[in-house]
Design a protein around this ligand. Structure first.
Ligand code: FCA
Length: 345
């Protein structure tokens, strides 16, 4: 399902739910004969994220907050960088009377344990960005999810890289690809698999596509991964850099810069847009040329809204909601972010 800017358009948001009024008490009649009056602001919901330091998740929180304000519920934002913190966060939410939470878990294999705990407390769960997997490493399709179309996003990223190499008139048989991978996470693997597919279709030989597996999905993790690759391949003179998100590409580009590669010999394209912006803002262009801008704002607002409507009115959200992205670069990012209303500060 493709979501447009419809959901997060602030003027529209004012006219849905309780947005235009202070949180109002609903009578028993208005709630379809429920015996107890329900006030919107009695509802508390959690929003747990794995990497609160990443701009992507900060924007998700920001727009989930906006949703809470529009609708008049209380949003409890909790960071959880490991399994213990996730479990403690759920206990904490229960102690505060939360009726459900949206989560991007630090480890997708925690899915069954998270679900069990939530069910024990009678809480509803929606996953955002990263889907839970079961003991057999299979996606838990029975958990409501809001994420991105990782295959299409990967294709777009790969095509963008090929086009940029062609624009630069690089000798295509001498171009190496540093593909920063994190195969433990399905959305990451789908993105990088599809980047690779598009690179092959664009004429890059398979033998020139090198994987650099990240141990951690942040800038230090991708810097380390790329350093190992660069040591192994001193013969490559032109590099394309791809990965599952902006930090994957930024870290690898930093490793290349340290070895003397410049925007003339190294080109990266990220995914998210939210972290690549810091590169675009720099006075001097870096090798992070562009990124697939994804809708952190929409993910945050919509996932919170779906959970709220589910808890409040019993309106079950779709099982699977997906968003797509568009390319932003140094040349157009200001206009695009402004047009879509995504903050860049
Ligand atoms: C994953 C990544 C984030 C973002 C999100 C949509 O959770 O870690 O950076 O790309 O998917």
């Amino acid at each position: 399902m493709k979501l447009t800017s419809l959901f997060w358009c602030s003027s529209l948001a004012l006219f849905v739910g309780f947005g235009c009024n202070p949180p109002a008490e609903k009578t028993a009649e208005a709630t379809g004969g429920a015996s107890k009056p329900v006030a919107a602001n009695d509802i508390k919901l959690g929003y747990i994220v794995k990497q609160p330091e990443e701009r992507w998740f900060q924007i998700e929180w920001m727009f989930a907050d906006k949703c809470a304000k529009d609708k008049g519920f209380t949003l409890l934002k909790l960071p959880a960088q490991d399994g213990d913190k996730v479990m403690a966060a759920i206990d904490n939410l229960n102690a505060q009377g939360a009726k459900g939470f949206v989560i991007c878990t630090p480890d997708v294999r925690l899915g069954p344990a998270i679900l069990k705990k939530a069910e024990g407390y009678g809480m509803k769960v929606i996953t955002v960005d990263d889907q839970f997997v079961d003991a057999d490493n299979k996606i838990m399709a029975n958990v409501h999810h809001m994420g991105l179309s990782a295959d299409k996003i990967g294709q777009l990223s790969g095509q963008t890289l090929v086009n940029m190499a062609k624009d630069k008139k690089w000798p295509m048989d001498k171009v190496g690809v540093c593909l920063v991978t994190f195969d433990e996470l399905d959305t990451a693997k789908t993105r990088t698999d599809n980047i690779e597919k598009a690179l092959l279709e664009g004429g890059i030989p398979k033998a020139m596509i090198f994987h650099a597996p990240q141990k951690t999905t942040d800038v230090p993790g991708s810097l380390d991964a790329a350093n190992i690759l660069l040591t192994q391949h001193p013969e490559v003179k032109y590099w394309l850099v791809g990965g599952m998100n902006d930090t994957a590409v930024i870290g690898a580009v930093r490793a290349m810069e340290q070895r003397g590669f410049t925007p003339e010999t190294c080109i990266g394209n990220g995914i998210n847009g939210t972290e690549a912006v810091e590169e675009f803002k720099k006075a001097k262009a870096t090798s992070v040329f562009s990124s697939v801008l994804m809708r952190a704002d929409e993910h945050g607002y919509k996932s919170a809204e779906m959970l709220y409507e589910w808890v409040k009115d019993g309106k079950e959200p779709p099982m699977d909601t997906r968003t797509e992205g568009l390319i932003v670069s140094r040349d157009n990012y200001l206009a695009k972010f402004k047009e879509l209303g995504i903050p860049i500060e």
